[in-house]
Every structure is written in C-alpha cells, then in structure tokens.
Design a protein around this ligand. Structure first.
Ligand code: GLN
Length: 484
C-alpha cells in the first residue's frame, strides 16, 4: 500500500510498529504533493524543510516509545490558520506578505501531539465562497474531475485529502465550508458545535458562525482529529468548558433504535436526481442497520440563505475593517492616510470580498439596521428553534449536503446568487450553532462524489460519528480513490 493512501490509523500502526518512519512518510507525501500539485492546486505554501525537521523529531519520540495517534502523521491546514513564522494569506492578496507572530490553538494542539505540517492549503479569499475560485492564489481543481470545482471555501483542504496530498487536513466552516467541499471531493468533513473547538488564531470571517473542523478519509480518523481539537481554550471566550468525550470509544455502538429525522424541506423538487438516489440508498442502508426514520419539518429553512447572507456579511464587514494597511498586510503607496486606506483595501481585496463588505456595511447602517440585521437575528432564532423542536423527537437528522454534485469551474462565478444557493442545506446548521458531518454516500452518473449530511444535537458529535461509522462499515464509498 502507498503511504499516501493511508488513513491516520493505518499510518499510526505502521509508525508504531516501526515499519515506516515519519521521515519516510513525510517524504512520500512531499513527493506526492509535487507530482499531483500541477493538476490540483491544493496548496498555497508547502513547508518541506520544516516538515522534514518535525518528522525527525517525531521519529525520536517514537524511538523513545512515545507514539501518540498523531505522532509523525503528515497533515496540512487551510491558510486561514495562523502559523508562527509561516506565511498565512487567507487566500487574499491583502495578506500576501503576512507572517504571523503566533499560531492558532487548533494547529498547536495537533502539533503538540506530534503531527507534521506539510503546508498551508488553498481556500476562497477570507473563506467567502463555495468553489475555491475566489482565491488570490489560483483555483483548486476537483481531483475526481479537474474541470470541476472542489467546493469551498475549504476547497484545498478537501482536494488535498482526495488527491492524497495529506493524510488529513483542517478546514473552517461558516456556512458549509467544510461539509460542502468534503461532499464534492468524497471525503469526511465535520463541523463541530459552535464552541466545541477553539478559534484562537483563526482569521475571522463571521464570528458568530465560524467553526474549525477536520477533513479526513474516514469517520474513525475524523473521531481522532475531533478528539485532538476539541476542548476549552482560555484564549477563546466562545469556546465552551464541557468535557470532551472519547469519540473513538463509542464509534462502533451501531444505530439500532437510533431515531433519524428526515426534514421535508430538504428533499425538494430541484434536488439533483443522482443526489436523491444516493439519499434513498442511504436511508435503505440505515433501515437495514436498525435505525428508525421519522418525518420532521424545519419550517423556516426557506429563510436560511437570506438570513445567513445578512448576518455573515455584517460580521465580515466589521471583522475585515482591521485590514487598513497600517498594522499588517498590504500597504499601498499613497499621499496621506485616507488615500492609503482606500488604495490598500482596493488593491488588496478581491471582488467577492468587496461585495460582502458593501452588503454588510449596508445592512448595519443606521436606518437599515432594524430592517435587515435585527430582522435577520430574529429569524436566526426561529431557525434555531426549528432544530430544538425537531431534536425533541429524533437523535440525528439526515439530509443531502449539497443540491448537486460538484459543478464546472466558471459555471457560477458570475452568478453570486446561484453560488450562494449551493449552501442551502449546510447554512441552517451554522445559524443554529449545532454540529454536522458530511460523509461519502455515492457517485453521480458522471463519477462525481455525493455526500450525506448527518446533523446532531448541540455537543452531541458522538451520535453523528457513531451513525457515520455504522454507515461506513456497511458501504465502501469512502474507500474509492480519485484516479489522479
Ligand atoms: N459559501 C459560504 C459563504 O460563502 C460559506 C463559506 C464558509 O463556510 N466559510 O459564505
């Protein structure tokens, strides 16, 4: 078996048994990155030297008998995570020269357990997008069909897993940015409950929605990664101080008697027939495994996309005010302060980011605040209540991740509304603040992966992981590999 094809648990066994060293594994990954990168474009920065040095350190630990599950495992992370001493662009020209003085807690947690950083992954600029086409560092292609988008905004994170350029990756999810690319690239992606994982050192997009999570080859790896990431961080006041369960321990408990909700608002006419087929097959699989299905309603689903695009843009317009050319990032040549602000931001931001800053500023401006922003907050509460009511009668909710498989590069780039609609099934979860996972559930007629979404109760990642694991044991979708 190729090293680059391995899961975390497979490579861990090989490292622990000393069949492979971390330096060998890391070198194999770096070679693989070099070989496929021209066709995929998952990376913004490859950190070869640091990776090999970290691998050597991991090998020393292993030699001393200290082999944690993540020791020596080569990972890559979205370029939204601050990495001390390693350029961090967030996919934007405005941060082309930004070298952070400290690292994100989520990355530090993985590194402290011995993980090796291969590099920083491509993404939509400031995580705004669903196709990875808004990056200032080139597009990322879908490893299953390089004429298609990988999804976004964590497109590089999903493509790198699918193209086997990293054993697992980190992404962020504000409205679907982990789950939608995971679905389009045939990997597992989990957005934890708001507050489950620290966001310290993660460049902010929409602070009431952003969450950090893993993208992996299978559910067992996802449980390992979530266990490593989760937990309270005194440096992030939104991270919640509740105990972190052992996610791997309960994985194989099965789904007998599990009550799975099917929201009627998610199984709509416009759903792609291949997606519908995959959902029908998944429902059959779960029935065979002993789960019970309950028809439910999430009645305010229709308002989710509009609500999200008011709240997310409003928060983005405030968060992005810090890029002023003064403290860090790109600074334009100009006469005087005002012109310097204007020119730095005009040159530094791409068009989608500018669109969102304008939308958000408008929604927050006096006179419109009540009509747009405040109204959106009220509707958000109604959407949240939909989930609370539904979870009174079900344990998890099953839906598609996206209405269609990956679309063609360029297809929606000039039609923002169509682009925004591709997150219609993922956005409500962020508005409600709860957790959800995408996992491989089939392929379209043209060979593109289709993902299944399992939504859990707040802080009940255990149930969706357990349900995902049961599905994976009964199917082989997650073992298929993109021929790249
Ligand atoms: N596509 C959505 C947006 O553009 C979600 C992005 C995300 O989750 N970061 O806002």
């Amino acid at each position: 078996m190729n090293i680059f094809d391995m899961t975390i648990h497979e490579l861990h066994t090989a490292l622990k048994g000393k069949q492979i060293s971390s330096v060998e594994a890391t070198s194999a990954m770096l070679k693989r990155i070099e070989a496929v990168e021209p066709n995929v474009g998952s990376f913004i920065t490859v950190t070869s030297e640091q990776a090999l040095a970290a691998a050597e350190q991991a090998d020393q630990l292993i030699a001393q008998g200290e082999c944690d599950l993540l020791t020596g495992i080569p990972l890559a992370i979205k370029d939204i995570f601050l990495t001390k001493g390693v350029r961090t662009t967030c996919g934007s020209r405005i941060l082309h020269n930004f070298i952070p003085p400290y690292s994100a807690t989520s990355w530090e947690k993985l590194r402290d357990r011995g993980a090796v950083l291969l590099g920083k992954l491509n993404q939509d600029e400031f995580a705004m997008g669903s196709s990875n086409e808004s990056s200032a560092y080139g597009i990322t292609r879908n490893p299953w069909d390089t004429t298609c988008i990988p999804g976004g905004s964590s497109g590089g994170s999903a493509a790198a897993v699918a193209a086997r350029q990293a054993i697992a990756t980190l992404g962020t999810d504000t409205g679907g940015s982990i789950r939608q690319p995971a679905s389009h690239c045939g990997c597992v992606g989990l957005k934890p409950t708001y507050g489950r994982v620290s966001r310290y050192g993660v460049i902010a997009y929409a602070s009431s929605l952003d969450q950090v999570g893993p993208l992996t080859r299978d559910v067992a790896d996802c449980a390992v990664m979530l266990g490593a990431l989760a937990g309270h961080d005194p440096k992030d006041s939104t991270s919640v101080d509740t105990p972190v369960p052992d996610y791997s321990a309960t994985l194989s408990q099965g789904v007998k008697g599990l009550r799975i909700g099917l929201p009627k608002e998610y199984f709509i006419d416009g759903l792609d027939p291949d997606v519908q087929k995959a959902m029908d097959a998944a429902i059959d699989t779960y029935r065979r495994l002993g789960a019970e299905f309950v028809d439910i309603s999430l009645p305010h689903t229709d308002y989710a996309v509009a609500t999200y695009y008011l709240i997310a843009t409003a928060e983005a317009s405030s968060n992005l005010a810090r890029y002023d050319g003064v403290r860090f990032g790109h600074r334009a040549e100009a006469d005087g302060l005002l012109e310097m602000y204007t020119k730095s931001r005009s040159e530094g931001f791409g068009s989608e980011v500018k669109r969102r800053i304008m939308l958000g500023t408008y929604a927050l401006s006096s006179g419109y605040y009540d009509a747009y922003y405040l109204k959106a907050q009220k509707v958000r509460t109604m959407i949240m209540n939909d989930f609370i009511k539904a979870f009174a009668s079900v344990d998890v909710i099953l839906t598609p991740v996206a209405p269609t498989p990956a679309f063609k590069i360029g297809e929606k780039i000039n039609d923002p509304l169509q682009m925004y609609l591709s997150d219609i099934f993922t956005i409500p979860v962020n508005l409600a603040g709860t957790c959800a996972m995408s996992l491989p559930a089939g392929f379209s007629a043209s060979g593109l992966p289709i993902g299944l979404q399992l939504i859990g109760k707040p802080f009940d990642e255990e149930s969706i992981l357990r349900a995902g694991y049961a599905f994976e044991q009964a199917t082989d979708w997650h073992t298929r590999k993109a021929a790249i």
